[in-house]
Design a protein around this ligand. Structure first.
Ligand code: HEC
Length: 149
């Protein structure tokens, strides 16, 4: 049983370490995957932003629940931007592959801000959420302006 478990863990670790392109059978699958992940991330981000700004009634439990999804979802889209996914049903700009360091930097900014927003959403205080969005709410636009059509 223990051996079985360690095999599962090793396999999972290997899968995570594989390059993105190797994880998708076809480029279309990767594009579909990243758009779905972005939609999920965007949905829960928008609910939190709405609560921060008072457009949606503040609810501490709902904030924490949305934060839990955002915490996982914001990590998902980026492995699906392999070099073979530049064309198709996508709004991704070619700059993503021409300026990979700049795209990576925009990703890193997201990774820096989301944990702060998640922590603020878990504090149970609307003011914390408001402050976190005021400070970090621009991370999406920062990337979209340069890398999305
Ligand atoms: C590092 C760059 C980057 C960051 C940061 C980023 N996005 Fe995007 N986003 C993109 C790109 C590129 C696309 C276009 C993807 C495609 O069409 O293949 C996109 C598309 C989307 C879409 C449309 C998905 C669809 O179905 O076509 C939504 C919604 C979205 N982003 C929301 C967000 C939100 C909300 C944030 C901030 C929490 C965010 N994004 C942060 C790069 C980024």
């Amino acid at each position: 049983m223990k051996r079985m478990l360690s095999l599962v863990v090793t396999t999972a670790a290997l899968l995570l370490a594989l390059p993105a392109s190797a994880q998708f059978a076809k480029p279309e699958d990767a594009i579909k995957y990243r758009k779905s992940a972005l939609t999920v991330m965007g949905t829960h981000w928008a609910r939190l932003a709405g609560m921060a700004q008072g457009r949606i009634p503040y609810d501490a439990k709902a904030a924490a629940d949305n934060a839990a999804v955002l915490e996982v979802a914001h990590k998902l889209p980026w492995a699906a931007f392999g070099a073979d996914t530049q064309s198709g049903d996508t709004k991704a700009k070619s700059e993503i592959w021409k300026e990979p360091a700049k795209f990576k930097e925009a990703e890193e900014r997201l990774f820096a801000e989301v944990p702060k927003i998640v922590a603020a959403a878990r504090s149970g205080k609307q003011d914390d959420l408001k402050a976190a969005f005021a400070a970090g709410g621009g991370v999406c636009k920062n990337c979209h302006d340069n890398f999305r059509q």
